[in-house]
Ligand binder design. Structure first.
Ligand code: SF4
Ligand code: SF4
Length: 76
């Protein structure tokens, strides 16, 4: 399955804002540290992400990219 949300873990500062706004509670702080000594945010259950992009909007460091599935129209 393609990822709907991708985190640039190297620049996350563990502020948890994305964790708080996610309506489906799929974002958690990892149990390891990134190169700057922060626990980076990550998504544990991509299939439950609804691509709402609330996490990307609230992140102060532009860590998060959200992708929405594209529905292709068929013409006849
Ligand atoms: S796009 Fe929405 S549902 Fe998906 S991880 Fe971000 S806040 Fe949660
Ligand atoms: S809002 Fe951004 S900086 Fe804060 S924990 Fe989430 S991804 Fe990391």
């Amino acid at each position: 399955m393609e990822k709907k949300v991708v985190f640039n873990e190297k620049i996350c500062k563990s502020c948890s804002l994305c964790v708080q706004v996610c309506p489906t509670n799929v974002i958690f702080l990892a149990d390891y540290l990134n190169g700057s000594g922060y626990r980076p945010a990550t998504v544990v259950n991509q299939e439950n992400c609804i691509s709402c992009a609330k996490c990307a909007h609230v992140c102060p460091d532009s860590v998060i990219s959200v992708y929405r599935p594209v529905k292709l129209l068929q013409t006849v």
